[in-house]
Design a protein around this ligand. Sequence first.
Ligand code: URA
Length: 158
Amino acid sequence: MFGVGDPNARLCFLGEAPGADEDRLGEPFVGRAGQLLTKMIEACTLSRGEVYILNVLKCRPPGNRNPTPHEAGACRGFLERQLELIDPEYVCCLGAVAAHNFLGVETPIGRLRGQVHHHAGRKVVCTYHPAYLLRNPSAKKPAWDDLKLLMREMGVEL
Ligand code: URA
């Protein structure tokens, strides 16, 4: 699965890998976590059509397990070329898998979030994955703080 949104977007949301719903429908973030991501984007006064949504992995790992380094490596060229073409100013990494793959670090997501990173010429904000937020609603407040930081950086008034 490729990605969805505005190919000229200033902001890309980077997830982990398609889940079962995404695999069936051929679009990233369309299941329960995806519905929450849509709400998060709308809370930023944006729409799914104004941003670009893509994943580290282009295929669903069996049983929804975390991607192996070999799988992430196999998809890296596609991700890099997508970002080269879209050329977003901002990337929002959703969850540890996205953040670790994109930034090339292993720092826990709780320490990566809450700040603006500069990586490969882009500004990067990391936050919790919406699937994690569904399981841990108390993390919604810090995730919203991360999105507010990102919107402030982008000059989007909330
Ligand atoms: N979770 C992800 O990380 N990506 C999707 O596309 C769907 C769920």
